[in-house]
Every structure is written in C-alpha cells, then in structure tokens.
Design a protein around this ligand. Structure first.
Ligand SMILES: *[C@@H]1O[C@H](CO)[C@@H](O)[C@H](O)[C@H]1NC(C)=O
Length: 252
C-alpha cells in the first residue's frame, strides 16, 4: 500500500518531516464539504493533497475523479483514477461523508440560536457635537448575523450612530456595540432595537433617563454603610467616655 493510498483512509492526516533545524516539509490531506443550501443540493466534496501549501492533486465530486496540478500530482491522479475502489469511495463521500455529517452538524450547531443579552447605558463622551451618548450592547448571541438600530419616538435614527462589527468571543458567541450621540429633548422616547434569528420579535430596550437601578442600589448600599459606621462610632465613643469617666486615675 503506497503512502498516499494509506492517507485516503484517514480523514485527517498530517505529516511533517524536518531536515536540519530551520527548514521543514509539510504534507497534508484535507477533506472538505462545500455547500450553501439547506437541502444540500449544491454539496461538493473535495479531497486535496498538498505539499508545502501547494495542492498537488484533488478529487472534486463535481468532476468525479482526481486531477493533478503539479508534475507529482498528475502521476498520483493517474494512479488514484486507475483504482476503482478508491474512486468508488471518493464518489460516495459526497453522500456518506458530506451530506451525512452536514445534517448532524447543522442540527446540532448551525441551526441553533442563542438570544442576545441587550444592555442600554449612558456613556461619557470624548468630544462629540451632542451632549448625550448612549451605548447599546448585545452579548452572547449566536449566530453572528444581527441588526442593531436606534429609534427616536418610533423613527429610525441614522446619523451619529457608530457600531462595531460583530465581535467573536471565541466561544461560538458574538457581541456587538452601537453608540448613539444625540441631543436629548424632553418627553422623547429613545430605543435600541435588536433583530436576531433567536427571536421572532425585535428586542427593544427603551432608554430611561432617570438613574439606572444599578446606581440606585449602589447609593442605597453606600448610605446604609455610612449610617452603620456612624452608629458604631457613636457607640464606641459613648462606651469610651463612660469607661474613662468611671476609672480612678492612680498616679504611679
Ligand atoms: C469543483 O469542480 C467544479 C466543476 O469543474 C467547479 O465548478 C468547482 O469550482 C469546483 N469546486 C471547487 C471548490 O474547487
């Protein structure tokens, strides 16, 4: 069994041989499934052998045989195409490997959605033309595709909006941030709207210009602490006064 023939039966195989200390060779085989339809009608299976990043020989299921792209590759393609067992296996792979795995993959990962956690907050601005800056953030959503926009009394706001790209968290989830600079008017309603595959209804966060709950809580905790501190200090002082007044000082 030749080395390349052996590789065919191992879906993922990497071989690197090193000569000396700096230079090396890198030979690898990849099996790819390329598709963009949900019924897999356009599924293409590719089996490529590469040496130092150059594809030598490749099986493409649309073509139905191996094609060599280098002098070496042409020879390998010839050998592979002569072997009915290899060809039969490769031709079947678009179903047995690609469509089979795509189904499992899509239902367990690609078709899953995770609803974003949307927060709306006021942020300090550097030197904008408008006095107020709001930040709308959506966290931990999947898939990547998302729409974030601003409404003022139900009307779309387009100017003075700056958004980041969808940022990959590195754990399959994404986050995105949108900033709105504006001049507040009394009685108006500013909302951040998020549209995502995880929710049939848009997620709407209305801006409440009064103090956010987090700040209210911080102030409540802070003042409770202050009151408690004063009480303890007063009690300590009273105790000290009582003790010192009750003591008879005896000179040594
Ligand atoms: C596979 O082969 C078909 C037909 O030659 C070609 O149109 C297609 O681009 C190839 N696919 C890839 C990913 O190389």
């Amino acid at each position: 069994m030749s080395l390349l023939k052996l590789l065919i039966f191992h879906p993922i195989f990497m071989l690197s041989a090193f000569i000396g200390t700096a230079d090396g060779y890198y030979e690898y085989m990849t099996s790819e499934c390329v598709y963009s339809t949900s019924d897999y009608s356009d599924m293409v299976y590719l089996n490529s052998f590469s040496f130092n990043k150059v594809v030598d020989v490749q099986f493409n299921s649309t073509v139905g045989k191996y094609v060599g792209y280098t002098e070496e590759g042409v020879k390998h393609a010839e050998n592979f195409n002569k072997d009915p067992a290899i060809l039969q296996q490769q031709k079947a792979a678009v179903d047995t490997f690609c469509r089979h795995n795509a189904q499992i993959w899509d239902s367990s990962v690609r078709d899953k959605t995770e609803k974003p956690e949307v927060t709306l907050s006021s942020v300090k601005q550097a030197e904008g033309r408008h006095p107020a800056v709001l930040m709308c953030s959506a966290y931990d959503f999947y898939p990547k595709k998302i729409k974030v926009y601003w409404l003022r009394d139900g009307k779309l706001m387009t100017s003075e909006v700056t958004s980041t790209m969808e940022l990959a968290d590195g754990d399959w989830y994404y986050q995105i941030h949108s900033e709105l600079e504006y001049t507040p008017k009394s009685g108006e309603k500013i909302s951040c709207v998020v549209e995502h595959a995880s929710s049939t209804q848009p997620i709407v966060k209305d801006w409440n210009p009064s103090m956010p709950e987090v700040n209210r809580n911080k102030i409540a905790i802070g003042s409770s602490g202050l009151v408690l501190g004063i009480i303890i200090a007063a009690a300590g002082l009273i105790y000290y006064k009582k003790k010192s007044s009750g003591r008879i000082l005896v000179p040594n």
